[in-house]
Design a protein around this ligand. Structure first.
Ligand SMILES: NC(=O)c1ccc[n+]([C@@H]2O[C@H](COP(=O)([O-])OP(=O)(O)OC[C@H]3O[C@@H](n4cnc5c(N)ncnc54)[C@H](O)[C@@H]3O)[C@@H](O)[C@H]2O)c1
Length: 311
């Protein structure tokens, strides 16, 4: 395998002062990208810049928040002012404000939506015209297994991360004509994010649903570096896919997709009644035969294929 280089490219990583974002920044810096290391925590951002420079790379810190439009502009401005452009954006910064649904406050909802879902708009929007003009860009969003597969005690986060999946698809569609790809990662890694804000019920559910030896096996494969390898591949010139989501968990890398079952087709629209839905419900739910539409119009094509088969 030839080695993948980022010489001459500029990358912005949000929330890169520690955890998974730090691993992305170090890997991109090591492979020749000029890196904007964004993090609210100044000392953490500075440490990562120093580490990249110490290994011969180029980096600059940005301490702006991802959670406002002004912050987003300033983060992308750090790349364009200092390095003249932006090729790669990894939206990674994040927080947890977990609570059981009935206890969730408006403040917890706002903080999580601002830092994850709205931030993905705030930071990507100022990068978009730069990428569009040069006809090249790699945008990587950080979604979550907690968003697309979910568990309890974290509904604000689950909804924000699932929203990011929708944004990933929409930007992939709009970016296609301009050489801009947009993909999402669902990471799993040992970091401090959930230690600072423990999710109610998570440990208990994990202990109840998985046995101790399974948990032990997973616990030794949780380095952020494992997630960064996939993200850095998605950020490369070599990778041209777009609109896809990938899980990186325990060293297992796999595409995550939304599919649609073959379902039940009412041959005559008059046949489609509440009772008929009930009668055909097993068929409606059966996913043994399914497709994975890439875009909205692929679902149209699916329905049309079924309709044609009936005439
Ligand atoms: N660790 C996991 O298993 C896991 C699982 C699924 C998704 N994720 C996602 O991966 C991303 C990275 O998480 P992590 O586990 O490395 O967490 P982390 O807490 O180690 O790192 C997140 C970083 O984001 C920074 N940050 C927070 N708010 C910010 C803001 N407004 N502006 C700029 N920086 C800000 C923090 O200072 C911190 O350094 C997050 O989006 C998280 O939701 C993590």
């Amino acid at each position: 395998v030839s080695s993948i280089s980022f010489d001459g490219q500029v990358a912005v990583i949000t929330g890169a002062g520690r955890g998974i974002g730090r691993a992305h920044a170090l890997e991109l810096g090591r492979r020749g990208a000029a890196v904007v290391v964004n993090d609210l925590a100044r000392e953490h951002a500075d440490e990562v810049v120093s580490a990249i420079e110490a290994s011969g790379g180029t980096a600059v810190a940005s301490y702006d928040t991802v959670a406002t439009p002004e912050g987003g502009k300033a983060i992308i401005g750090a790349a364009t002012d200092r390095f003249g452009t932006i090729d790669i954006l990894v939206n990674n910064a994040g927080i947890l404000r977990p609570a059981y649904f009935e206890d969730l406050t408006l403040q917890q909802l706002d903080q999580v939506f601002d830092t994850h879902l709205r931030a993905a708009f705030f930071v990507t929007q100022p990068a978009w015209p730069v990428m569009k003009e040069k006809g090249y860009g790699r945008v990587i969003m950080t979604s979550s297994n907690s968003g697309l597969f979910s568990h309890g005690g974290n509904s604000n986060y689950a909804a924000a991360k699932a929203g990011i999946y929708g944004l990933t698809k929409a930007l992939a569609y709009e970016g296609a004509a301009h050489g801009i790809t947009c993909n999402a990662v669902l990471p799993m890694a040992e970091t401090t994010i959930s230690k600072e804000n423990p999710i109610p019920g998570l440990e208990e559910d994990r202990g109840r649903l998985l046995d101790a030896s399974d948990l032990e096996l997973m616990s030794v494969r949780r380095e952020p570096r494992l997630v960064a390898q996939l993200v850095v591949y998605l950020a490369s010139r070599e990778c041209e896919v777009s609109g896809l989501a990938f899980s990186a968990a325990g060293g297992r890398y796999a595409r995550v997709f939304v599919g649609i079952a073959e379902g039940w087709l009412a041959e005559d629209t008059g046949e489609a009644t509440v009772e008929a839905i009930g009668e055909h419900f097993d068929e409606i739910c059966d996913i043994a035969e399914h497709t994975t539409p890439m875009w909205l119009f692929d679902e149209y094509a699916d329905v049309v294929r079924r309709l044609r088969a009936t005439v």
